[in-house]
Design a protein around this ligand. Structure first.
Ligand SMILES: N[C@@H](CCC(=O)N[C@@H](CS)C(=O)NCC(=O)O)C(=O)O
Length: 215
């Protein structure tokens, strides 16, 4: 089998898939897509991923069949099924449900408001308020709301992590990965955890010990 991973070293969403690959120790080749230069919208990449986003992954199976995974959800589901050890999406039905729920919350309450705050205010992203093949104008009020939601996300995550080592199901999972990526990416809108978030800071330091988190 051969895996080609379409990455952008500076972007948050590909980092999530990069960490999953590292946690599972999956061999792959990496191709960097230059988002600043708009390579994701060019015809070459569009043919690989019509959604014009990273991450994406191309898999050539041993029988020669090929498959393109166009987003984090597909990549995580595929890697978990193909390389079950270590599990990152829970083991039992209950754990799987809890991980899926928290992963979505980390995405919706964490990554999304950061993206809203950044993409609706940055002069470099005029008309690129959403990723993907269609241009959308910025809505400045969404940037303001995004900042409020990021603050709330930090406070809620901190409370949730009191007495817990992991975000969901008492084990390392994609919910921790999405949460780490969101917390780190919040720097781009000048929000960082501080003394108001002791539980979050403890969890983040423990996560920093993992080899997968270093990239
Ligand atoms: N839901 C997608 C979102 C991917 C996404 O938004 N990626 C951003 C980079 S972090 C992107 O490709 N942006 C391209 C653009 O801004 O044009 C996933 O998780 O894979």
């Amino acid at each position: 089998m051969m895996i080609t991973f379409y990455d952008c070293a500076s972007a948050p969403n590909p980092r999530r898939a990069r960490i999953v690959l590292a946690e599972k120790g999956v061999a792959h080749e990496t191709v960097q897509i230059d988002l600043r230069a708009g390579e994701q919208l060019g015809s070459a990449y569009r043919q690989i991923n019509p959604q014009c986003t990273v991450p994406a992954m191309r898999v050539i199976e041993d029988d020669g069949s090929a498959l393109v995974l166009p987003d984090n959800a597909a990549i995580a589901a595929y890697l978990e099924a193909r390389f079950p050890d270590p599990p990152l999406m829970g083991r039992t039905p209950q754990e799987k449900a809890e991980v899926a729920s928290f992963n979505w919350r980390m995405e919706f309450d964490g990554l999304m408001p950061i993206a809203e705050a950044l993409r609706n205010s940055s002069p470099a992203m005029v008309d690129r308020a959403l990723p993907g093949p269609v241009n959308y104008p910025q809505i400045p009020q969404l940037a303001e709301r995004g900042l409020l939601r990021v603050q709330r996300f930090f406070a809620e995550l901190n409370e949730h992590l009191a007495g817990r080592d992991f975000v969901a199901a008492g084990q390392m999972s994609i919910a921790d990965i999405t949460a780490v990526v969101a917390v780190d990416f919040a720097r781009i809108v000048k929000i960082k955890p501080d003394e108001r978030h002791p539980h979050l800071l403890r969890w983040r330091s423990a996560m920093a010990e993992r080899e997968s988190m270093k990239g």
